[in-house]
Design a protein around this ligand. Structure first.
Ligand code: PSV
Ligand code: MN
Length: 391
């Protein structure tokens, strides 16, 4: 049961929610076994922007697209930003890529070879410059660095190298930019990853400087990890920079956010909402990082944005006064029930109403099907080469 006042308060915050979509999710993707090509896939970063703009047009809450460099490299980044603006969106986080070059076999900024470290650091600095050119305030760093065998390299020396590089980058960023350091517990290395977990990222961020924060990719944890606990601690420390939302069944599956475990997504958003992290200006980046291997990309992205929005709406409907009372009284079952009441609320009609208030179609997926956009891109995007993960 939802009382009108609670919903009105929730709706205020939901109007301001912003979810960034990743450029790479619009390209072809697959597994190491097969990439299935789809019709209508973008052939350049401009067409990726068109797709992201469509997602924003229909959802109203996805007004930016993250770039991955060099996958999204163009001659003139100012022109790319101008093009995005004309389509109604902005360019968001800049994701450097220091994992797809032969030089990075033994790592990028943690590589034992100082020349390779310089090359990687230069690329990070180039991404800072691209960010400055396009008006982005986020440098989102994920490193594939690590080792495969005990004794392969010195673990502490690698942490020192990591610090030296990221400190240099941090200190050369414009003051309004933040460096988000993403962690991942495995892959592509299996003995050590240099940033395997939130603790390592947090410790590095503390030493790097005040504009360094942790990025939580929901797919980058061992099964059973309590992600909302990590979120709560980072929020408390003021070092939660943002998210890469996606779903996983096993590991870094990168399925649609909210598909495999909507309750897990809700629990994360409950922690964020409780700490004021949904307030405008809270500075937490809500980004998606996923690939659509079987399903059509644009509607899958719309679905994912809506899934995050639904989880957020439910989190905002938690009766916090009742929860606090139950918690203070040691009422275990009562407290849990307050949370489950919110989770079990069907927020879809409420969100449809919110969209109507904003002048949007109440059902973005149906609107997409009616729009003819899919047919148009399949018709028009012929010739040239389709973009894909890693290109
Ligand atoms: C790595 O698995 C990751 O989550 C990082 O965010 C990358 O930049 C992204 O996926 C794209 O491959
Ligand atoms: Mn990620």
């Amino acid at each position: 049961m939802t009382d009108g006042t609670a919903w009105r308060r929730a709706a205020q915050l939901l109007r301001h929610q912003r979810i960034e979509t990743p450029s790479w999710a619009y390209g072809n993707s697959g597994t190491r076994f097969k990439v299935f090509a789809q019709a209508g896939i973008p052939r350049n970063p401009f067409e990726k922007i068109d797709d992201a703009a469509k997602v924003h047009e229909l959802t109203g809450i996805a007004p930016s697209i993250a770039l991955h460099i060099p996958w999204d490299r163009v001659e003139d980044f100012g022109a790319l930003a101008g093009y995005a603006k004309d389509q109604g969106i902005a360019l968001g986080a800049i994701n450097p890529n220091v994992f797809q070059d032969d030089d990075y076999r033994l790592g990028s900024v943690c590589n034992p070879d100082p020349d390779v470290r310089s090359k990687a650091t230069d690329h990070l600095l180039e991404c800072v410059e691209i960010g400055r050119l396009v008006g982005s305030r986020v440098l989102s760093v994920w490193l594939a660095d690590g080792t495969n065998y005990a004794g392969q390299d010195d673990i502490r020396a690698r942490q020192d190298r990591l610090h030296a590089s990221l400190r240099e980058v941090h200190d050369r960023m414009p003051s309004e930019m933040r460096l988000l350091l993403e962690y991942k517990f495995f892959e592509p290395h299996f003995y050590t990853m240099d940033v395997p977990d939130w603790g390592t990222s947090f410790a590095q961020c503390l030493r790097i400087g005040e504009h360094a924060q942790v990025l939580v990719d929901t797919g980058h944890h061992a099964p059973g990890t309590n992600i909302e606990f990590i979120v709560a601690v980072l929020l408390r420390e003021g070092r939660l920079g943002g998210f890469h939302f996606n779903s996983r069944n096993y590991a870094d599956d990168d399925l649609m956010a909210g598909a495999a475990d909507p309750f897990g997504l809700f629990r994360i958003l409950h922690e964020i909402a409780g700490a004021g992290g949904l307030d405008p200006g809270a500075g937490i980046e809500f980004m998606l990082d996923q690939c659509h291997n079987l399903e059509p990309k644009v509607p899958a992205m719309i679905r994912s944005v809506l899934n995050v929005q639904e989880a957020t709406a439910k989190a905002l409907l938690v009766d916090r006064a009742a929860l606090a009372e139950a918690q203070a009284g040691g009422d275990v079952l009562g407290a849990h029930e307050v949370l489950m009441d919110a989770f079990n609320t069907d927020v879809r009609p409420l969100l449809a109403g919110l969209r109507e208030d904003l002048g949007l179609d109440p059902d973005p997926l149906a609107a997409y099907q009616r729009s003819g956009y899919q047919q148009r891109i399949e018709r028009e995007r012929v010739g040239g080469s389709q973009m894909g993960w890693g290109a």
